[in-house]
Design a protein around this ligand. Structure first.
Ligand SMILES: [Mg+2]
Length: 265
């Protein structure tokens, strides 16, 4: 444990020297520095891997239960892509090292590379589901311009059903609810897999933080049943909601918000 701590300190120190603040950010900002720390968790913590394995182990149990019931309609699994089946933490690290947060342009340059690794447990699970005749739908808020790189990445990694018809990209609205409903017209959706609560229900779409937490409590029995949740400490609507979905806030303004919502004693 001590050795791991020393390695972590060395890594963070290395990041500190490599970081180049821009006019819009500085190394002190939580939005840059904090994302480096959470990316260390995603990339290096065995606990992160264990949480992902846990999610996909539960998913397999639920799938086997559904398969044993001889469903009347064909079965489908609806899964998110980012931080659910593909690991984009190298993008977050690259941005944070130069004091930047997410940007659409650099994000699309990353996804076009089609080199994201897989989330632990994902590939094995989706291959298993496909072998049982279950259709996989990749329901993502990646843009249409990212279709080619996304398919290439999924195919390279060996994910089943990585075809145009089953890759459902963002349309005019970011809510996934209308796209889920289209899939549900033909299939029984066995489960939804994702890292962001909007991957599961419209109950979580663009809602204030307190309401998201309240709705998560209302949906408590669904987690580990129909809703299979992957960990994502780096980004998500859990963060966006704290800014009231104002994506134009400066890093300093975001910092003020984050510090104002933290508990201490
Ligand atoms: Mg995601």
């Amino acid at each position: 444990m001590k050795k791991g701590f020393i390695i972590l300190i060395a890594f963070v120190t290395a990041c500190s020297t490599a970081r180049q603040p821009t006019s819009t950010s500085s190394p002190q900002h939580i939005t840059a520095n904090g994302k480096l720390f959470t990316a260390v968790f995603q990339q290096r913590a065995a606990e992160y891997n264990a949480l992902c394995f846990q999610a996909y182990n539960i998913a397999k149990i639920r799938l086997d239960e559904a398969l044993s019931k001889s469903p009347a309609r064909p079965l489908a699994i609806v899964t998110d892509i980012d931080e659910t089946v593909l690991d984009n933490s190298p993008y977050d690290v690259k941005q944070s090292l130069v004091g930047k947060d997410y940007e659409q342009k650099s994000w699309e340059q990353w996804t076009a590379l089609a080199k994201a690794d897989t989330i632990p447990g994902a590939l094995l699970f989706f291959k298993y589901a496909s072998s049982k005749g279950v259709k996989i739908f990749y329901l993502t808020n990646r843009a249409e311009t990212e279709r080619k790189g996304t398919l290439e990445n999924l195919i390279q990694k060996g994910f089943p059903d990585a075809v145009n018809e089953q890759l459902i990209l963002k349309t005019s609205v970011s809510s996934k609810e209308p796209r889920r409903q289209v899939i549900a017209e033909k299939y029984d959706i066995v489960m939804l897999v994702g890292d962001n609560l909007g991957d599961f229900s419209a109950l979580f779409d663009k809602k204030p933080a307190d309401e998201r937490n309240h709705n998560a409590a209302l949906s408590a029995s669904e987690f580990g049943r129909k809703f299979i949740v992957l960990p994502n400490p780096v980004y998500g609507d859990w963060e966006n909601t704290l800014y009231n979905y104002r994506y134009d806030l400066t890093p300093a303004q975001k910092d003020s918000v984050l510090k104002s919502v933290l508990k201490s004693y």
